[in-house]
Structures are given as C-alpha cells and as structure tokens.
Ligand binder design. Sequence first.
Ligand SMILES: Cc1ncc(COP(=O)(O)O)c(C=O)c1O
Length: 413
Amino acid sequence: MGNPLAIRGGKPVRTAPFPAWPIYGKSEEDALLRVLHSGKWGRQDGKEVETFERRFAEYHGVPYGVTVVNGTVSLRISLWAAGIKAGDEVIVPPYTFLATASAVLESNATPVFVDLEPDTYNIDPAAIEKAITPRTRAIIPVHFAGLPADMDAIMAIAKRHNLTVIEDAAHAHGAEYKGRRVGSIGHMSSFSFQSSKNLCSGEGGIILTGDKGLYEKCKSMQNCGRVPGGAWYEHHVICGNYRLSEFQGGLLNAQFDRMDEQVRHREEMGLYLQDMLRGVPGIAPQNRNRYPVRHGYHLFSFRYDESVYGAPRSVFIKALAAEGVPAAEGYVIPLHKQRLFVDKAFGPYTACLETRPGIDFGNLPLPVCNRASAGEGAWLYQALLLGSKSDMDDIAAAFAKVYEHRAELANVK
Ligand SMILES: Cc1ncc(COP(=O)(O)O)c(C=O)c1O
C-alpha cells in the first residue's frame, strides 16, 4: 500500500531535525563572560543568582525563592524545612522521576505511593484521601509532563488533615492552573533547571514559598546552616553547601528572558498537535480539559493502545523514529518497581522499614500506573513543540502513517 513504513524500507515522513535544546545566543555568552571577567564566581560575591531568585519568584507572584544545586535537593530541603522526620509518611505519585520519592527516603520518612488519574497520569486526589493515616504529614504532587495536578482538590485535602503540600514542578515551568502559576499554590514548590528542563542552566533548582518562616529555613539549609548576621563559620541547622554559582545565575537570567515566549509557543503547538492527532485511532493525548490550564509541556504525553496496532509500544516508538519523529516510552519502570524499592536498598534511612514492616513495594496495587509503565504511556520531548506548525503537521503525518500501515508492524522486533 503506497509508501511503506520507513522501518520497512519506505521513505520517511521527514529527515529534517527538530529544534535542538537548549536554545542560546549572545545573551548567554555575554552573561557567562560578564561573570568570568567580574571575578565574582560565587553567589556570596555577585548578584546574578540573587537577581534570578527575585525574578523567578516575582513571575510566580510569590515573595520568596531559594536556588539550590538541583531539583532533587530542592525537594529534600523543602521536606527538611517542613519538619518531615523518621516515622512520618509523605504521599507521592509513582509515575515520576526518582527524586520525588528518594527525597522522602532521605528525610528518613516513608514514601506512600498512590495511583494516577487514568487520562492525565497526574496523582489522583481520591486516592490521596484513601491513603491518609495518622502518620501522614505531606503530599508531593507532580505536575506530570507540565500538566497541572488538581491543586484545589489537593489543597482541600491538605487543609482537612493539616498536611504540607510541596509541588514538584520540575516539568511545569510557566504552567497555570485555573489562571494561577503552578509553584505558587502549595506551601512550597520545587523546580529543576537540569539540562533537559524547560528552563535550564545545566544543573540547578529552586524552592518557592510564600511563607517567611519556611523561606528562612530553606535559605539557611542551602548555605551550610548560616543565618543572616551570623559569622561565616557559624552553623545553626542540618544543611550543606547547595549554592548555585554565578555562572549558573547568569545563564538562568539570560534563559529566563526567553522562557515565557517559549512556554506560549509550546502551548500553541501542543494544542495544534493535539487537534491534529484527534483522528489517529489508538493515540490519546493527555486530557487537559478537566479544568482550565496552561500546559507547561515539558513532555507531550500520550496513551498508546496496543490492541489497535497489534504491536507493543516499543515497536510503535521505533516506527515513529524511523519516520523522523523521536519519541520515548516514558517511565518504563514505575518507582515502586525500581530495584531500590523492591530490595529496600535505603542505606541508612531505615525508619521507613519500621513504619511499614513487610511492605512489598513491587506489588503495590497501582493499576493505572502499572499500565502506563508497562505499555500505555509514551511521550514526545518538549523541544519538538518549539518547531513550526509545519513541523507539527509532520509529526501528525508520521503518527497517521504508522496507523495506516500498522499491519507492517507485525514481527518488527
Ligand atoms: C518530576 C521530577 N522531579 C524532580 C526532578 C529532579 O531534578 P534534578 O534532575 O534537577 O535533580 C526531576 C528531574 O528529572 C523530575 O523530572
């Protein structure tokens, strides 16, 4: 039938590359050289990091921002600042990057995994409510792929049970929930600036909060337990050196100038692509219609229905790649099935084992997440959405071609 799939030797839909990431230019070069020539390379000497913290917090309408070395440490410090300790339980989704749960373990607390909404892969508020025990102290919702989790429902549960909410917004720079920037809704929020993220400086992270007391704790914990007015060798709380350098601060200031327009562009292309894919059977983009949102689109997440294609997800992804559209199978191992959890390889953080003795993480009943990981979940990377409408047309054409030629997927390994 016509031009066969590229994976079967046909002509691919496209060979041109998509936009590369990160995008940078003279302003980044100038920022790095400005820091270099100033000789002020540490944040205690210069103003770049401090300026960025103020700008990023302002963008979110939040008074306080504390940058740290990455989006793992930002979660860990947020939990420390919230007073999470041995014996406490923290509710987390299982379909996320390791840090969302490992930060809980590193507080010597217990991550309690709860299942997802089937059409968004965000944490399911109804499942949160059912998982609450007298030990529950906090919830870490992840805005998966950049789609805001249902924060009104989550904050209402938190209020009823007196819990701290730390938004993991590592995927969600610039995303909005019912007109409010994500990262400004929970008691604290955590962003990552690791190189793949929608705002990046190679590595980095930030904690945002509207609570002065939490801010002061986070600020001290990222700087060796120092306090304002204290001596350099005076340390007050559990802490470390988690400061960003001025080079990272300079890069972040330059990248931040680009960010909002990039968020706007991805939103426009994401909506366009979602519409284009509507006619492709067996492909269901993340449902963004539960409430009004601006999607952050760190990922363009979609569900793949193997029964329509008669081939596993891995084969579909290979076929798409051969057509010139790179995609990924997503979190193929959910957190609760990672060896770390199956073997309970928690190092010195053993309080978790006393709180829930005998827990069998690998067999937790989390059917939506297990289905997503096993073969349903998949995504496109954010930089594709920085392309033009004609790039989106190519992506949709590749999906449609693989659907029309699905019989050719049989026996592909
Ligand atoms: C959802 C989520 N949370 C936290 C992190 C941790 O961020 P970092 O890699 O900066 O430590 C990531 C990064 O991949 C992430 O995707």
